[in-house]
Design a protein around this ligand. Structure first.
Ligand SMILES: [Zn+2]
Length: 290
């Protein structure tokens, strides 16, 4: 059964570990992420952007795939299905489609007041159905649905104001960036993370752009209140690498190596292995029902 992300993230924040939120692109991704979570007995968040939902036809198709996989694979750990960087309308669609968690990203709204107002509205609608809500203050650096910015630092007072709308967890820029990190990246700002934490108290914080941040830096951030870490690019890179190796070795031209089940298998296994590693780095292994 799918659950809201609220309880698993509150437990993570309290226990000083983080739950991985892996983006899904299709059936292979969702199944592999679930296999990794079950193998490590870890809670997990499967999340989907509107772009990845369009690729799979709709949010409803995504929800049906994940829900049925959890049931038919007999997954025993808590799984939340979360909308990643949604518009107001996307949130409403996901709430209808059966998602158990949504992120309303109002960071690109014209003013902070609009972000605040719409976040409060989504909280009201989602909470009435037991669905958890993530909000975002400031922007996250890098490319976010086509919008590019550099590693930003969220305003702590704005974080506090948005926390007070009753959201369940908050994405705040602390120098993190979506996609691969540039050579001259300055690292995470632990000072800003501390300032935000001091104002928002026990609210679980979310680190976007989890691909390529040095593990010791990630673990320090977890110790300071980061309870959800978004990972997207990392799994794409390992999938592409494993698939490329299969083809470069000419395996698709040997026997029935062109069979999609053979062709996709190395990439699928690479996702499982990498997701298991990340889960252990974040410390959520064996926290299935913490
Ligand atoms: Zn993000």
């Amino acid at each position: 059964m799918l659950v809201s992300a609220k309880d698993m993230l509150n437990a993570a924040a309290k226990g000083h570990y983080a739950v991985a939120a892996f983006n899904t692109n299709n059936l292979e991704w969702a199944a592999s992420i679930l296999d990794a979570a079950e193998a490590t007995q870890s809670p997990v968040i499967i999340q989907c952007t509107s772009g990845a939902a369009k690729w799979q036809v709709s949010f409803k198709v995504v929800a049906d795939i994940v829900k049925n996989l959890v049931e038919d694979k007999n997954i025993t750990v808590p799984v939340a299905l979360h909308l990643d960087h949604g518009t107001y309308e996307d949130c409403l669609k996901c709430i209808d489609a059966g998602f158990t968690s949504v992120m309303y990203d109002g960071s690109h709204e014209e003013t902070f007041e609009i972000n605040l107002e719409k976040t409060a509205k989504i909280v009201e609608i989602a909470h009435a159905k037991g669905i958890s809500v993530e909000a975002e203050v400031g922007g996250i650096g890098g490319v976010e649905d086509g919008v590019t910015s550099k590693g930003e630092l969220a305003d702590p007072q704005q974080c506090k104001a948005i926390a007070d709308t009753g959201i369940d967890f908050l994405a705040c820029g602390i120098g993190n960036i979506h996609g691969l990190y540039p050579e001259d990246w300055e690292g995470l700002s632990f000072d800003r993370l501390q300032e935000i934490k001091d104002l928002v108290g026990d609210l679980p914080l979310v680190l976007h752009g989890g691909t390529g941040i040095p593990t010791d830096m990630v673990q320090k951030a977890i110790g300071m209140g980061i309870a959800k870490i978004n990972v997207n690019t990392d799994l794409q890179v390992v999938f592409a690498k494993a698939t490329r190796e299969y083809i470069e070795a000419g395996k698709d031209q040997q026997g029935k190596g062109y069979d999609p089940r053979k062709l996709l298998k190395p990439g699928r296994e690479a996702i499982v292995e990498r997701a298991k590693e990340l889960i252990c780095d974040f410390g959520s292994n064996d926290k299935g029902w913490a």
